[in-house]
Design a protein around this ligand. Structure first.
Ligand code: MG
Length: 311
């Protein structure tokens, strides 16, 4: 999430406290003097003099106090490690480029989906207008709606789905999730290039591994990193192509989950919570042990917890 940070004097903070008096929250985090919740911005002021502005209006609100520490803002907004040769130039965010992201990696039930989208410079504003942003901040129905609009716009994208059976086989074979994700992003990109019949100006991956680790995974499958591949953490906040990929991937994941639930004849919950353990236990009881392989990432701790729930 983007945020602004100010370093203020005690008197400034007191002034701020009375200014936001009607927005004060009852509970304050540890070390905080006050916390305020405005319609489009949350403010937390710490004893150290640090004031954090978060939410859509973070910079507008922080600028009211006129002392925004530019370095602090830049660092906390980007929160990126030192740039490497794989860090995209900010110029790429505003020009035509490809981006990819995945969904389903933390969910016990259901596949991993990876989508790679190619966005032309002229489409960036429209995509922002229809609500394309980090899918983590969107509810499933919104995601489905935006995904439909993306398709209507004719945005070229590719989608790869790693179903549970295959996932479990690869996992048993010693593949880490990192390696699976690497190969899925790689296939998604290759698929996109085939569709485009061209190579995008640049490809941004929502970073889940260090570039060197990613490259090692590729090498172990005799693949190599395409030219102009970039890595960035929280990339969906910077790149509309990654954000588009994240929405398509999430939307596909939701669809797959609906299908799997229908097939299983029961609701398969997302995530990896205790509801998931319970559902897994029910699934085992109604469909037998083997069913898990078809519906779940069996190496997750949820499997053991599910068996413990079966009398
Ligand atoms: Mg991601």
């Amino acid at each position: 999430m983007s945020q602004s940070v100010l370093q203020l004097s005690t008197s400034d903070m007191n002034q701020m406290k009375s200014y936001y008096a009607s927005y004060m929250k009852e509970k304050t985090p540890q070390g905080a003097i006050f916390a305020a919740k405005l319609p489009r911005c949350s403010i937390t002021a710490y004893r150290s003099g640090k004031v954090l502005f978060q939410g859509a209006n973070h910079s507008q609100e922080a600028n009211k106090w006129g002392k925004v520490n530019k370095t602090a803002v830049k660092q906390t907004t980007a929160k990126q490690a030192t740039p490497t040769r794989y860090t995209p130039s900010p110029h790429l965010f505003t020009s035509s480029h490809a981006g990819s992201d995945e969904a389903g990696t933390g969910d016990y039930f259901g596949p991993i989906t990876v989508a790679c989208a190619y966005i032309q410079e002229s489409q960036i504003d429209t995509l922002k207008r229809i609500g394309v942003r980090d899918s983590k901040h969107l509810k499933d129905p919104e995601i489905q709606q935006i995904a439909r609009k993306i398709v209507e716009m004719g945005i070229p994208y590719s989608l790869v789905v790693l179903r549970n059976e295959k996932y479990n086989v690869l996992q048993k074979r010693g593949w880490s999730q990192g390696k699976m994700k690497t190969m899925l992003h790689h296939y998604a990109y290759k698929k996109l290039c085939t569709k485009l019949e061209a190579v995008p100006e640049g490809w941004i991956i929502d970073q889940f591994a260090q570039p060197d680790v990613y490259k090692r995974h590729l090498a172990s499958e005799k693949a190599s990193l395409p030219a102009n591949t970039y890595f960035l953490t929280k990339a969906e906040s910077y790149s509309i192509a990654v954000a588009t990929g994240s929405i398509i991937a999430r939307s596909a994941f939701v669809k797959q989950m609906n299908n799997l639930s229908k097939e299983a004849g029961m609701e398969l919950p997302k995530g990896a919570s205790k509801y998931v353990d319970q559902a897994a236990a029910t699934l085992i009881q109604t469909h037998g042990d083997d069913a898990l392989k078809r519906y779940a990432k069996v190496h997750f701790a949820n499997t053991d917890k599910a068996y413990k729930l079966i009398p």
